[in-house]
Design a binder for this molecule. Structure first.
Ligand SMILES: Nc1ncnc2c1ncn2[C@@H]1O[C@H](COP(=O)(O)OP(=O)(O)O)[C@@H](O)[C@H]1O
Ligand SMILES: [Mg+2]
Length: 385
């Protein structure tokens, strides 16, 4: 699929031509990270004997931080990594720009194996291709917001006039134009995070790595920043790897979500795919409390037309209210409530492709796909009743 990204109205000079959303920017191939003095021996034991995390700890005194992780981040996508504290999220994100080196496996950024780069090349990759924002932004207290924002460019040797110009544009993007000459101590936590984000985008990286950037913020500010971050990333045509321990945050921000447990990724998919088809009991428990209203789409719960006709011979399908395939449960409930009919026709390209019955709506609310339906992941589900 090719997609044209939207360019911001403020004219920030970023390349936002047609982008190829199939292009893989970060390719993580069977990556492991084992911590401890005997890590190489422990890694060998994993390869040769398939020892578990617990056995590695018992036999070698080593901690498995990341366990056989493979993932691809595509151009233009926001990829969230969600997991409880200690599940290996920070270790994994640090492997993506080689702040730490893997014990086994490969990380490729734009097709280049990071382990093959010289330190100068690696600096170049970090500066221009894969920038990072940490949870604590670590702003320099004696420098203004503008100077802090321009700091990354200063380190790269960009002249003052040029770096201030770019920093001003980045600050405008995050809504801090009026705060450029203030000092970090005068800023709220949310504003400091915005400065961190502005600093990350000054280098115009293709992928922005963020490790729980909003975790320390109050819920309201946090939600606001989540929405702004998503909007800004899309507007600039950037990709992001966003780490969080909060599934709600992952759903709000991510195009795809990877769920981590004990160093391994146990499921990757869109929020809808994960909610409808949790990979195991652990994921199912995680998603149990998540509202399906805005996640589950008509295509996942609709009844095919033929079985509907058989069960409802008197129904005139042409007179049902209509909704597109990607209408969410909330919209479908709204349509059903305001209509005199008891069902909604799902229309694609002018053709009715399915029917949403009240029973389908209830399934949607519970996150159970229709027994006839094809899951969003593309596999036909077995009849659930
Ligand atoms: N430098 C290190 N040395 C030893 N163990 C580490 C190191 N960094 C992380 N770990 C361990 O690796 C596991 C994953 O940690 P981390 O990636 O920080 O998890 P998360 O970010 O999901 O909370 C934890 O068990 C942690 O104790
Ligand atoms: Mg962490």
């Amino acid at each position: 699929m090719r997609e044209t990204s939207r360019t911001g109205s403020t004219g920030y000079e970023m390349t936002t031509a047609t982008i190829d959303t199939n292009e893989v920017l970060v390719d993580c191939q069977s990556v492991w990270k084992i911590f401890g003095k005997s890590a190489p021996a422990a890694m060998n034991a994993v390869v040769q004997q398939g020892l578990t995390k617990t056995q590695i700890l018992q036999n070698y005194g080593c901690v498995v931080g990341v366990s056989d992780v493979s993932l691809q981040v595509r151009r233009g996508e926001i990829f969230c990594i969600m997991g409880l504290s200690g599940s290996g999220k920070s270790t994994l994100i640090r492997l993506l720009n080689k702040l730490i080196a893997p014990s086994a496996g490969k990380v490729l950024v734009k097709g280049k194996d990071l382990s093959s780069l010289t330190s100068a090349q690696l600096r170049e990759v970090r500066a221009h291709h894969i920038g990072m924002v940490f949870q604590s932004v670590a702003l320099l207290p004696n420098r203004t917001v503008l100077e802090n924002t321009a700091f990354g460019l200063e380190v790269q040797g960009v002249g003052k006039a040029e770096r201030y110009k770019v920093a001003e544009q980045a600050l405008a993007k995050v809504g801090l134009s009026d705060w450029m000459s203030r000092y970090p101590s005068e800023l709220s936590g949310g504003m400091q995070q915005r400065v961190g984000l502005a600093r990350a985008i000054t280098a115009d990286p293709e992928v922005i790595l963020m490790d729980e950037p909003f975790s320390a913020l109050d819920p309201l500010i946090r939600r606001q920043l989540q929405d702004e971050f998503r909007q800004l990333t899309k507007e600039l045509g950037k990709s992001a790897v966003f780490i969080t321990h909060d599934l709600d945050e992952a759903i709000r921000i991510g195009d795809r979500i990877a769920i981590m447990k004990d160093g391994a990724i146990i499921q990757v998919g869109t929020a809808e795919e994960i909610v409808l088809n949790p990979a195991d009991d652990y994921v199912a428990e995680f998603v149990a409390g998540i509202s399906r209203l805005h996640l589950v789409r008509a295509r996942s719960v609709m009844t095919p037309v033929e079985p509907f006709k058989v069960a409802n011979p008197g129904c005139d399908i042409a007179r049902l209210p209509k909704a597109p395939l990607d209408a969410d449960i909330n919209e479908l409930i709204g349509l059903t409530m305001t209509s005199e009919r008891d069902a909604v026709a799902v229309v694609d390209n002018g053709t009715v492709v399915g029917i949403i019955t009240p029973r389908d709506l209830l399934r949607g609310v519970q996150g159970i796909p229709n027994e006839f339906s094809v899951s969003p992941a593309g596999t036909v589900l077995e009849a659930s009743t």
